[in-house]
Design a protein around this ligand. Structure first.
Ligand SMILES: C[S@@+](CC[C@H](N)C(=O)[O-])C[C@H]1O[C@@H](n2cnc3c(N)ncnc32)[C@H](O)[C@@H]1O
Length: 219
């Protein structure tokens, strides 16, 4: 068994996926394709002083993008895998005071950062929610910690990709109740997140998008 399951609620990457995620190819894809596309979907950089949270930060490359490209003032970033958090710490050593890194579960940001409701201006999901067995609880937690008007930026791997022989043979993911792009987009409004833009690529394998937390107090 290469994968590790904690209490049936979470699942880490196996060694093959770790190698893929930590490769220069992944970083180049993120830097030159995903981040520019997500910036457009999110309506450009964040407002000055913006506080961001990143779930499943992996080696911290996306965290750098959130600081440098999205121009967040501060980022709270977490990952379930202590090895990945250690890599992220090394990558972000030159950003003291702007990044808090924690080992923790994306479905409980209170435990990791003491995050109260409405704590963040932006939340980032670079390909992690499909790893959460109860993925809807990941969406719910993002919605909880976003301020009204806050943006949720997501880049996800759908059930369509996870069903491909390459994914099934090489990687370990939760097998039940995975989402299509339509499922994911339909879940967001249930948590007060209004989709502002989204598209899929590679025949629906990947979903990129942005959503805004609605101010439910306003008519
Ligand atoms: C496919 S990798 C993506 C890493 C990085 N965001 C990127 O885009 O390269 C998914 C990451 O999510 C982490 N992860 C999985 N389940 C998690 C959970 N419940 N809470 C926090 N992190 C989780 C894994 O350890 C892994 O680092």
């Amino acid at each position: 068994m290469l994968d590790v399951i904690y209490g049936g609620r979470v699942m880490l990457m196996n060694r093959i996926e770790k190698a893929a995620v930590n490769s220069p190819v992944r970083r180049a894809l993120q830097r030159f394709y995903e981040v520019p596309a997500l910036m457009k979907l999110a309506g450009g950089p964040l407002a000055p002083g913006a506080r961001a949270v990143e779930i499943g930060c992996g080696s911290g490359y996306g965290t750098r993008m959130i600081l440098d490209r999205f121009r967040a003032a501060n980022v709270d970033a977490l990952d379930l895998d202590p090895g990945m958090v250690a890599k992220a710490r090394r990558r972000l050593v030159d950003r003291p005071g702007r990044v808090r890194l924690q080992v923790g579960d994306a479905t409980d940001l209170k435990a990791a950062f003491g995050a109260a409701d409405g704590s963040y201006d932006a939340a980032f999901d670079f390909a992690i929610i499909h790893h959460i067995p109860d993925w809807r609880s990941g969406v719910a937690e993002i919605a909880r910690v976003l301020k009204p008007g806050g943006v949720f930026v997501f880049d996800e791997v759908t059930a369509h990709a996870l069903a491909r022989p390459s994914y099934r043979h090489l990687f370990d993911h939760p097998e039940h109740d995975r989402f299509t792009a339509q499922d994911f987009l339909a879940e967001l409004p249930r948590h007060g997140l209004a989709v502002t833009g989204a598209f899929t690529r590679i025949s629906g394998d990947y979903l990129l998008g942005a959503a805004r937390k609605q101010d439910l107090g306003r008519g």
